[in-house]
Design a protein around this ligand. Structure first.
Ligand code: ATP
Ligand code: MG
Length: 145
């Protein structure tokens, strides 16, 4: 059994999906999967914010390209509620590389490539709390427990 217990997680509709008219499609898959939207914003990350958000990947060869992509246009952070929200959202978004993502997942449906892959999702309860604070620390999330 995993230790995931919290019912809120953080997603970001990335600049590729945001910029190509796929917000509605992505939200449709998330709602169909039972998620309730408890917070949403539209933001344009600058280099500092994108580097800070993906700091865990700062030594990876794709880091500079990832930061360039994430700053290339607006994106949409979402606070999403569901039982065991973190593992459920990871199931619903699919594998990082859309070629490996299961049919019906957000990335199978909407991602362009392993980098331009439509959506981010927190990968642990601790990271979900931290990432929710990054984008929603200053607001009261409706229904958050
Ligand atoms: P995310 O953290 O965005 O939810 P993930 O957890 O599935 O994605 P990570 O390994 O955390 O995957 O990588 C973060 C992001 O960096 C990926 O979503 C993708 O946009 C980019 N990325 C990861 N690996 C590669 C790669 N080999 N080449 C190019 N981009 C990559
Ligand atoms: Mg990740």
């Amino acid at each position: 059994m995993s230790g995931h217990t919290q019912n809120l997680t953080l997603a970001i509709i990335k600049p590729d999906a945001f910029g190509s008219g796929k917000i509605g499609g992505v939200l449709g898959v998330l709602e169909e999967a039972g998620f309730k939207v408890r917070g949403s914003r539209v933001v344009r990350l600058d280099d500092r914010a994108a580097q800070a958000f993906y700091a865990v990947h700062s030594e990876r060869p794709f880091f500079d390209s990832l930061v360039e992509f994430m700053t290339s246009g607006p994106c949409m952070p979402l606070a999403l509620e569901h039982e065991r929200a973190v593992p459920h959202l990871r199931d619903v978004i699919g594998a990082t590389d859309p070629a490996e993502a299961k049919p019906g997942t957000v990335r199978a449906l909407f991602a362009e490539s392993k980098e331009r892959n439509a959506i981010h999702a927190s990968d642990s309860d601790d990271n979900a709390r931290q990432e929710l604070g990054f984008f929603f620390g200053h607001v009261d999330l409706i229904g958050a427990r």
